[in-house]
Write a protein that binds this ligand. Sequence first.
Ligand code: ZN
Length: 545
Amino acid sequence: MNPFLRLCSIGLLAALLMMARLSSSPAVRGYELRARTFDLVITNARVVDGGGNPWFRADVGIKDGRIARVGRLNPADGDKTIDAKGQILAPGFIDVHTHVESIYNQPAAESFIRMGVTSLVTGNCGTSTTEVAEFLARSKQQPLSVNLATLIAHGSVRRKVMGLVDRAPTPEEMKRMEALVEQGMKDGAVGLSTGLIYVPGTYAKTEEIVDLARIVARYGGIYSTHMRNEGEKVVDAIRESIQIGETAGLPVEISHFKIASRKLWGQSPVTIGLVREARARGLMVTVDQYAYTASSTSLDSRLPAWLRAGGLDEGKKRLTDKATRDRVVSEMKEALKRSGFKDYSYAMVANYEPDKSFNGKSIAEITQQVRGKKDIKSQIEQIIAMYEAGGAGMVYHGMSEDDVQRIMREPFTMIASDSGVRQIDESVPHPRGYGNNVRVLGRYVRELQLLSLEDAIRKMTSLPAQTFGFRDRGMVREGFAADLVIFDEKTIADRATFDKPHQYPVGMSYVMVNGEVVFANEQMTSARPGMVLRGPAYQVTVASN
Ligand SMILES: [Zn+2]
């Protein structure tokens, strides 16, 4: 070999050796050992991806809170591994209809996590914070286990501007309401909610809602409504909801879709038909539902709206007048008759502060106990007395199973609880706050085979994500947030009943939020990885700053 070339090749060899030594120096090697490809690898799962597709077997690799890989993975590539053999891996459930304004008092949100819910939309039924920016930002100081989004609520906005009065807003008041809704959207609300049976939402005419919905439309939000009526006038109420969406130009979500009048049981094909027709015309209408034949709301909602104007003190003042009281009794008698219920035995007390022994009993039972008789007039008198004493939280057994099932089967129906965070042994609340999603998986999928597992999961994941604009959630897909649940489809079941609601479900193995395990081995972990999910206007605002 030419000596010059030889010199060169020695130099090359030396350079190569040096590079090799560098890359195998202890520090570098140690780094490589620690820097595995994934933070967590879940192996052997049956993946139900959230889009309604049949399950497939895959491993899922999670890195930095995201789903980094779905496919065949080496468990050794994960810092941690979970063997999900024989179990279902699905996206964490998104509950678009909750009432968790006080979630910072219960940041673990255990009752939601334990049924697989990893994201909540609050501010429903016309009641929300009016300080959206502040409400969402609090999660920085007080981290949550779940992801949180909020609507801006018409009722709360109206109350702030006008109080609880029963009249139309002046043009000036309307402007202030518009400004509050606009600010809420800019601060990250995902849409507008109404509660048109509640005070003060019930005093708003359609035009008032349309006016505010137009602003929400401009910012890409949704209109989510607890309609004016879910009983005898449910058809009119659906028409109004659709009209608001079509006039203002935004998608409509009808909350807790149901038929709550006994006389109209079996009429769900008609109400579903209205939604289908609107969709056929091109309006995005979707609905949500909880998997029970009972609803839950205040006792006040049984009393005439005119009586409740101005709030409880005003209502009590009016009731001191004998003629007014008689009018209330006769209107309530009429309403009961029209609804088709024979008396108020369908109305159970969930929480009555002045006398907790009422909790779990029906109005008929309580009336018998208190008044020694339970004719309709006595039951109404009892309701009025309880209203005067501050009101009560109620559970109303007012729906038919056939309607519940027919609504559940519709492709545009999502599963949502309508619940707050439950506290063990506090009152006798509706069991939906402990069991809703899991009840769908246990009862309606496994036992009754009303839905396929894949379709039920879709209604809890990708459908709510699509509807409320959570673009990187609700699917097991690379790049998506790692909100995940692992459960046993053969055993998953709700345990909470109307008599004994404070029972967690069984069959849930793991719940992960943004890649962190928040529930495992039948216990909550201390992780609080929840994020705030802000609406589309927030991003626009930030981008333009
Ligand atoms: Zn509601």
